[in-house]
Design a binder for this molecule. Structure first.
Ligand SMILES: C[S@@+](CC[C@H](N)C(=O)[O-])C[C@H]1O[C@@H](n2cnc3c(N)ncnc32)[C@H](O)[C@@H]1O
Length: 334
């Protein structure tokens, strides 16, 4: 080899990241985050409260420090704002359902499991969106996971949208988290969540829990074949990423035909940071996870814009809204 080999740290970071995810799940399970809720504690205090020997305690804490979930405080450690927002159960943006979903998938997300889906290009979980085959328990876990990961970005996109709809149709809206946050931001808004029957029931419960049944309702149906309720904005969050681009084009065309002139389409996704799809790693990982249960993948801004342009939408914009999240919007001319 000529000269020095390149810095090998990116490989170390990727190869040993295999321990980061379980270290967060285990920390939650043993009660580390809640043990730090009321203030800093030392390693010895944490060891005895959580019944974990000092050596594993130090290694578990080192990952939390590296991910900036805890920080040094006096002789011990304190939760950061990041951990308080996403890892304490009473926070409105708690990741709980999302962590449950990751934990549920752990037996599948192995070396063998990934090799199988990469080779087969067919989801090992079957068609998770087949209403006839959908297990209600799985639908509840999946919807809880989506709700948890959507809680924070759902508050951000209406602020970034720059336009206020009268009636928002949240297509494949899951728990209704986006419709609910939009209705809270815009007091005049009427919102409709279109969902498969088993998820529709969960959306109704969530809407009622937020006291919004007067303005937000859930409608059971299929976005592929049922007539779409009248609305001046169609919102799709993490729906395009479940399908190949040709199917996304079908959805965009259905939306174009159903929206009035001047109506908008809003596609909410975690987009790759550039059109070459060169990161970030979290979005590349999310794309791999979709191999297990969907026909989709993560897309770039250019890909979503091309789908919307192909359906006839104009004034296409992509706006970063929160963290890795963006909206791609278009207007039906007229
Ligand atoms: C990845 S989840 C996104 C949920 C929600 N939009 C969010 O961002 O939190 C995709 C949703 O699409 C729904 N879905 C799948 N096929 C559908 C169909 N044919 N008609 C309506 N909704 C569908 C699923 O039930 C699921 O809730």
């Amino acid at each position: 080899m000529n000269g020095e080999p390149p810095d090998d740290r990116p490989l170390w970071d990727a190869l040993l990241a295999i321990f980061a995810c379980p270290a967060i799940l285990v920390a939650r399970d043993v009660g580390l985050y809640t043990a730090l809720r009321d203030g800093p504690r030392t390693i010895d205090e944490l060891s005895s409260a959580l019944e974990i020997a000092p050596r594993p305690m130090r290694s578990l804490l080192a990952v939390q420090l590296a991910v900036r979930l805890i920080e040094p405080a006096g002789d011990g450690f304190a939760l950061t704002a990041l951990a308080r927002a996403y890892l304490l159960p009473d926070s409105p943006s708690y990741f709980g359902g999302f962590l449950d979903l990751v934990q549920m998938g752990a037996p599948m997300y192995t070396y063998d499991g990934l090799k199988r889906v990469v080779r087969a290009d067919a989801p090992t979980m079957g068609d998770v969106f087949d209403p006839g085959a959908q297990d209600p328990g799985f639908a509840r876990a999946m919807t809880g996971g989506m709700h948890a990961m959507s809680a924070a970005p759902a508050r951000a996109w209406p602020r970034a949208c720059g336009w206020q709809p009268k009636v928002l149709l949240d297509i494949g809206g899951g728990s209704g988290v986006h419709a609910i946050e939009a209705a809270q931001r815009w007091p005049e808004l009427e919102a409709i969540v279109l969902e498969l029957p088993s998820v529709c029931e969960i959306a109704e419960e969530t809407i009622a829990r937020h006291g919004l049944t007067a303005r937000v309702r859930a409608v059971s149906g299929s976005m592929w074949k049922d007539p779409l309720p009248a609305a001046d904005a169609h919102f799709y969050s993490q729906v395009f990423h479940d399908w190949p681009l040709a199917q996304c084009a079908l959805l965009a065309r259905r939306s174009f035909e159903s929206l009035p002139p001047g109506g908008r389409i809003i596609v909410h996704e975690m987009l790759y940071e550039d059109d070459a799809k060169s990161g970030p790693l979290a979005i590349a990982g999310l794309s791999l996870s979709l191999l297990f249960g969907t026909q989709g993948e993560q897309y770039s801004s250019a890909e979503i814009q091309a789908v919307l342009a192909g359906a006839g939408f104009v004034d296409l914009t992509t706006t970063r809204t929160f963290g890795y999240w963006s909206i791609v919007t278009g207007r039906r001319p007229g």
